[in-house]
Design a protein around this ligand. Structure first.
Ligand code: SF4
Length: 324
């Protein structure tokens, strides 16, 4: 029954809605929101794939599946895109069962069989190796990830995969960049596409443009059988968690900030940074020819009319002063 029909049944369009009508209205709104979210997710993944030429004709993409929301969404969206993509490619989902205590090994094979995804489960007890080599209380993630990476590269070779897809999203990329800035003194993020350290594989991150909050909502909507990520007993890096919380807070206060930060990673002006390897600061000389794009030396290079100059004067006011 449609909403107007429900309202008629309840005594006309102006009459208060009863519980059933309210539930129907809520369900309709939810379906509308989920349809919008689905379109956004598929569009953003499609854009990232195109922008970075992530998938080519004949590719076999190995999708790394951990049992978390991000990798489920990655596989789900790639399966949908595969149906309508202009290029032909294959997918194979791979899960590495690291033999962590309590890992529910049946969940992923059952899910993958249900959705009709070709898959491979690799059983390797990296948990025992890590436990043996890392003292109690110390962080295990570095060795664990190194072992996992090596195994996944080997499996990709064995399966004949041409690309390895990982489920990192926009917020992972931004947080990594901030971590590297704050603690590593480097402007270095997490690439959307890279060649693996062993030089043999191409790694892609098709969720690079996707917000984590969208993935959270999508995971609930799609009812993914999530496997908790705390089975190894390791805690999330505290600094990483703090930066992530700060990012969410900013996004609430200034919607669009995270997207801007991601966009900034793709629009770098080496002449306005400080890396002498990227720009020949030591050898630049006046050319004697005016630059048609203006005097960049005193330019804040921002898009905000209200942005302030060094002295604190709003930029728009400075322009007015200069003009008058
Ligand atoms: S959280 Fe656990 S499973 Fe993940 S990398 Fe760290 S030690 Fe390994």
């Amino acid at each position: 029954m449609t909403l107007p029909e429900l309202q008629d049944a309840a005594g006309g369009a102006g009459a208060p809605l009863d519980d059933a009508a309210l539930a129907a209205k809520k369900a309709k709104k939810h379906a509308f929101e989920m349809n919008k979210l689905s379109k956004r997710l598929h569009r953003q993944v499609g854009e990232a794939v195109t922008d970075f030429n992530m998938i080519e004709d004949g590719d076999k993409i190995m999708v790394c599946l951990s049992g978390g929301k991000d990798s489920y969404a990655l596989l789900d969206i790639l399966m949908n895109l595969r149906e309508r993509a202009p290029v032909k490619f294959d997918l194979v989902a791979v899960n590495l069962d690291q033999k962590q205590p309590g890992f529910p090994a049946h969940i992923l094979p059952e899910y993958l069989a249900k959705v009709g995804a070709p898959f491979h489960i690799e059983n390797q007890d990296t948990y025992s190796i890590v436990k043996k080599h890392i003292p109690e209380g110390a962080t295990m993630c570095s060795l664990c990830s190194r072992l996992r990476r090596g195994i996944l590269y080997r499996v990709a070779g064995e399966l004949g995969a041409t690309k390895i897809a990982l489920g990192h999203h926009r917020d992972d990329i931004i947080v990594t960049m901030m971590m590297n800035m704050f603690f590593g003194g480097r402007l270095k993020g997490m690439p959307a596409k890279l060649v693996s350290d062993d030089g043999r594989h191409t790694v892609i991150r098709p969720l690079a443009y996707v917000a984590e909050t969208d993935l959270e909502t999508w995971a609930v909507h799609r009812q993914y059988p999530i496997i908790p990520c705390s089975l190894c007993g390791s805690q999330e890096n505290l600094q990483r968690a703090n930066i992530k919380a700060q990012l969410r807070e900013w996004e609430k206060q200034y919607p669009g900030r995270s997207d801007n930060m991601l966009r900034a990673m793709g629009h770098i002006t080496p002449s306005h940074m400080m890396d002498r390897n990227l720009y020949p600061f030591t050898s630049i000389q006046p050319t004697g020819t005016p630059d048609p794009t203006g005097d960049k030396a005193f330019d804040h290079d921002d898009d905000h009319d209200e942005a302030a100059d060094d002295c604190g004067t709003p930029k728009a006011q400075t322009i007015r002063i200069l003009r008058d």
